[in-house]
Design a binder for this molecule. Structure first.
Ligand code: SF4
Ligand code: SF4
Ligand code: SF4
Length: 1004
């Protein structure tokens, strides 16, 4: 049985009253009935009324409201009434909805409390995401002031913007000077005094994993499990153990199977979760709760900025211990330590107790498996992941390594690293949509590293200097492999098969090699001469490419080779099933591009309509402008933000004058040269399946001398006839892992196998197929690492100054102007490429995410010590990263606590010339002098570290610091282990100084 509650009427009634910003009624009784009744009560009677009602705070710890009022009543002196709209989850909608729709009620609640004691001012605390949402409330306050008898017009309302929530679950006892409630709580106070019913509820935003979304009311006396089931719309048996995530994880986690409890704050608190949640996400069973707890703890630690050092240290310790477990450095002792930390957090009233306590309690087995380094349910922990760019590149190029080589000016090593995973660095450097850049952790900060163009830069240098470095070739295997199709997949398979020692021949039906790269991408993006030079870099290894050499029968072809790779590509235009699609002025997009690239005299226009929303449609539109069109309209089913074409490509099209018509689907083409479109209401159904819905009453007519369809391509598989190779919907069927077809020894990849995708995805499939073919030919198992990111080298980071690393923005690509590039027959390159200096500066922006895995341990250790020299930022890539390389310049004391915990050596201390340098992935963030041992003269520690120790040690031990001694001299003197954590710094980066046991990070 569902116990679902809809939204309360007062949220809508409030909205109605707000219209016109007029008071809901002209009299106090009518406008603010709660206040009118409260005015008849003494403060103590109001308190009693609250206590009897059982009303509790909406959000956070869900404290009974009367307790906060009691503290406030006991206070003396000036006071502040606070409307706190901040919350742990910025996607919670409750506070914003209340401020927008029920501002009168919020103001009324505040006015009721104003009568408790002399209150100086009212404060409205808004988080960044609610900036500007104060307007309705301020209007309501102004209007209330006009009812002169209810408020002192001089009383101030101060709006504080960009506020952050507190890290406290239960607010620490204060002097009673502030009365703080969420907007919803103030609202419910007003409703209570007005005599309304149904206040036993709080607003909850349903975010994900539920059929119902958005704002609902959580019935506090209702059963949590039944309410969740109601919002989910019925639960399948297999999903019984879904995970309930409260307040984006900051409010804790609960297995659905344990949710059979009341939603009273005390009941939720006894389950270890936030007593008054604001948002709920339901995730599938099998998520890594340890990883989620780690993220929540870092967020709580971030929220504690400015709190006392013991609080910061405790939160940092919690984050550090959990992180050590997630990176596979955990011990079973970590769990005991975390149990203690969770208790301490709860005892202190810190909100971090919710995620840590609930995760430890309900997922104990998961924690133990992590601590024993056995397994993580998501496979997300316990192993060192490659950098986000490296993982996201479909070819899995080791990007941080090649970027470092480029930054060193070593173009040949750059190309060597790239070609371990992608044999076409120049072409990809010119045409790839660069999914790696979308994953770059710098992306959400000041622009992704310009990875794509760096590949092209190195390639151009090598080609200008005589060619790419020759890869090492395995000894001849004596096996012959035939490749059908010289597109990106075929060329890639041929390249890697040759490096593996096989004799490879490629047969291409077209006049030139290159497939879609040559015939589908216009010359202003991929000019033919350099492209041909790049293909020559494959030929020189001994790969024979036969062009104008179509294969008529796979059966016959197979007889000449030990194995075959099929990479037929998708070079046939697919026409649409639309009335008039057969008319002569309707052309196929890929046919048009091929004809233009082949130098055929194809003239279109002057008015051309292009249909399609992908990158091919943009290429078609821009090519039409170079083949005679003077006006190009481009229509797509998708709205502009949803078009599959890259945003940069769309902008280029607009800059060249292409008129976009997003959201229209073709209805018919008329002989008179008119293309008629109907409005597309939606492209996909709720499950994400392509299922367009049109509104036939809204039509768009466009004049067209030519209509060009860039809506899909097909492949020509006539040669497979009778071969036994299976096809499905016009594509070759192959095992996605091995690329083997149903016929042993015949493999397939590229667009003709997986459907039209990007060139780099075709390269990936060619690389996987080559590894599988090699294994099949030699009777061995395929290398499981193929198709996964593999580090190609362990390069030391570039030395970059802190300011540059922190502030240098992404380079702007120098481009020709539209006037220089548009015009009939003008296929001059649009992008001019970065200069050498720009490319090297760009390489220096890389944060080396292969070395710094963003675990945050260094920052936690530094905070735990109470130094706070390090700050990492949350990134859109879902991990922490250093952008601030300047903060440590002031605060780092060179103690080495960070280097002790860093699992990768990304942060290190280096001593030399009497100076200690703190270095984060190549950037020296602080240099400070070293003291010398008063007996042997060896370097000991920095003055700042010594001062830090002096302040922390009891007097009798601090006195020992008066003489500077290195550990061995101190030991010799005392004939016992050194008392203080002063160590000799060796030259090796790993030889970090050891901080005092009780100060440095430790499990126990
Ligand atoms: S900063 Fe460098 S290593 Fe990190 S994701 Fe971007 S390119 Fe890759
Ligand atoms: S060496 Fe510097 S950054 Fe590292 S823990 Fe010590 S003070 Fe913090
Ligand atoms: S520097 Fe080391 S400890 Fe710090 S976040 Fe990077 S990998 Fe983790």
């Amino acid at each position: 049985m569902s116990e679902q509650r809809t939204l309360p009427a007062w949220l809508d009634a409030g909205a109605a009253a707000l219209a016109g910003a007029l008071p809901p009624a002209p009299t106090l009784d009518g406008a603010l009935p709660g206040l009118a009744r409260a005015q008849a009560l003494t403060p103590l009677q109001r308190l009693q009324r609250l206590q009897q009602s059982g009303l509790s705070e909406c959000g956070g710890a869900g404290e009974p409201v009367h307790l906060a009022w009691r503290r406030f009543l006991r206070g003396h002196g000036p006071s502040v009434l606070v409307i706190d709209a901040t919350g742990f989850d910025p996607r919670a909608r409750g506070a914003g909805a209340v401020l927008d729709r029920a501002p009168w009620r919020v103001a009324e609640g505040v006015l009721i409390a104003l009568g408790l004691r002399e209150s100086g001012k009212v404060e409205l605390r808004l988080p960044a995401e609610l900036t500007g949402r104060e307007a309705a409330f301020l209007n309501a306050v102004d209007a209330i002031r006009s009812l002169a008898q209810v408020a002192d017009p001089r009383r101030q309302v101060e709006v504080l913007r960009n506020c952050r929530p507190s890290c406290w679950g239960e607010r620490p006892a204060d002097d009673g000077s502030r009365l703080v409630h969420a907007p919803e709580t103030w609202c419910r106070i007003a409703l209570l005094f007005a005599g309304e019913d149904g206040l036993d509820a709080s607003l909850l935003t349903l975010r994900r994993g539920l059929e119902q979304r958005g704002l609902v009311e959580l019935a506090r006396s209702g059963n949590l499990r039944r309410q969740v089931d109601g919002w989910r719309g019925g639960v399948a048996e297999a999903e019984q153990d879904a995970v309930l995530v409260f307040d984006d994880g900051l409010g804790g986690f609960l297995p659905l199977s344990e949710a059979d409890l009341s939603c009273e704050p005390l009941s939720l608190a006894s389950a270890g979760i936030v007593p008054a949640p604001s948002t709920l996400v339901v995730t599938a069973e099998g998520v890594c709760v340890v990883k989620q707890a780690r993220r929540a703890l870092y967020r709580h630690w971030q929220l504690s900025e400015g709190e006392a050092q013991p609080v910061r240290s405790l939160l940092a310790r919690a984050a550090r211990l959990v992180t050590e477990i997630t990176i596979g450095h955990g011990e079973v002792a970590h769990l005991a330590a975390l149990d203690e930390v969770a208790l301490e957090l709860a005892a202190q009233g810190l909100g971090a107790a919710w995620p840590l306590g609930s995760a430890l309690r309900h997922w104990r087995e998961q924690w133990e498996r992590h601590a024993r380094r056995e397994s993580c349910p998501e496979g997300a922990c316990l192993e060192r992941l490659a950098a986000p760019c490296h993982r996201t590149c479909p070819a899995n190029i080791d990007i941080p390594t090649f970027v470092a080589h480029l930054g060193n000016g070593d173009h040949r090593s750059t190309i060597e690293v790239i070609r371990r995973d992608n044999p076409l660095p120049l072409t990809c450097g010119l045409v790839c949509p660069a999914p790696c850049e979308s994953a770059c952790v710098r992306g959400g900060h000041d622009g992704a590293v310009f990875i794509r163009t760096l590949k092209a830069k190195a390639a151009e240098h090598c080609l200008a200097e005589g060619g790419y470095p020759r890869p090492e070739l395995a000894p001849d295997s004596g096996k012959r492999v035939g490749v059908i199709g010289a597109g990106p997949a075929g060329l890639t398979a041929a390249y890697y098969l040759r490096t593996l020692g096989h004799d490879v021949e490629v047969h291409e039906a077209q006049e030139h090699a290159g497939g879609m790269l040559r015939y589908g991408i216009p010359a202003y993006r991929n000019p033919p001469e350099p492209f041909e030079k790049e293909i020559d870099q494959i030929r020189v290894l001994g790969v024979r490419i036969f062009t104008s050499s179509p294969v008529a029968s796979l059966e016959e072809f197979r007889k000449k080779y030990d194995a075959v790779f099929l990479g037929p590509g998708t070079q046939k235009a697919r026409l649409l099933p639309v009335e008039g699609a057969h008319l002569p002025f309707v052309l196929g997009g890929i046919d048009f591009l091929r004809a233009a690239r082949s130098g055929e005299h194809v003239r279109v226009g002057p008015r051309v309509v292009v249909i399609g929303g992908g990158n091919v449609s943009i290429d078609v539109a821009l090519t039409a402008l170079r083949q005679g069109a003077t006006h190009v309209d481009l229509t797509s089913l998708e709205k502009r933000r949803d078009m599959p074409a890259s945003p940069g490509e769309i902008e280029l099209a607009v800059a060249e004058g292409v008129q976009l018509h997003p959201g229209w689907g073709p209805l018919r083409f008329e002989e008179e040269g008119v293309a008629v479109f109907q409005f597309c209401e939606r492209v996909k159904d709720a499950t994400g399946r392509f299922d367009p819905k049109f509104d036939g009453s809204r039509l768009l007519e466009l004049e067209a001398d030519h209509v060009i369809l860039a809506t899909g391509q097909g492949t020509d598989l006539a040669c497979l006839e009778g071969s036994g190779v299976e096809t499905n919907r016009g594509y070759v069927v192959a095992d996605p892992r091995t690329k083997m077809t149903a016929v042993p020894g015949v493999f397939a990849g590229g667009d003709g196998q997986h459907g039209p995708r990007t060139a780099v995805e075709a390269i990936r499939s060619g690389k996987i197929a080559a590894a599988s073919i090699d294994a099949w030919l030699l009777g061995k198992s395929p290398d499981p690492a193929t198709g996964t990111p593999v580090r190609r080298a362990e390069l030391i980071p570039l030395s970059v100054v802190a300011g540059d690393r922190s502030h240098r923005r992404r380079a702007a690509m120098p481009e020709r102007t539209v006037e220089e590039t548009v015009g009939e027959g003008n296929y001059v390159r649009i992008e001019l490429g970065l200069t050498d200096a720009m490319a090297h500066d760009e390489a220096r922006r890389c944060l080396r995410c292969d070395l710094c895995i963003g675990c945050g341990l260094c920052m936690a250790a530094c905070s735990e010590m109470g130094i706070e020299a390090l700050r990492m930022a949350d990134t859109t890539a879902g991990r922490l990263a250093y952008f601030d390389f300047e903060r440590p310049a002031e605060l780092c004391i060179g103690c080495g606590a960070c280097t002790q915990v860093c699992p990768t050596g990304a942060i290190r201390l280096e001593d030399g010339d009497g100076v200690r340098r703190t270095i984060i992935t190549g950037t020296v963030v602080r240099e400070q002098p070293l003291l010398a041992c008063s007996e042997c003269g060896a370097s000991t520690q920095t003055p700042a570290h010594r001062e830090f120790l002096r302040r922390r040690l009891p007097d009798h031990m601090a006195a020992q610091l008066d003489r500077e001694l290195c550990p061995s001299c101190a030991r010799r003197r005392a004939d016992r282990p050194a008392v203080v954590g002063v160590t000799h710094m060796g030259q090796a980066a790993s030889a970090a100084p050891v901080p005092l046991g009780e100060m440095g990070p430790s499990v126990g």
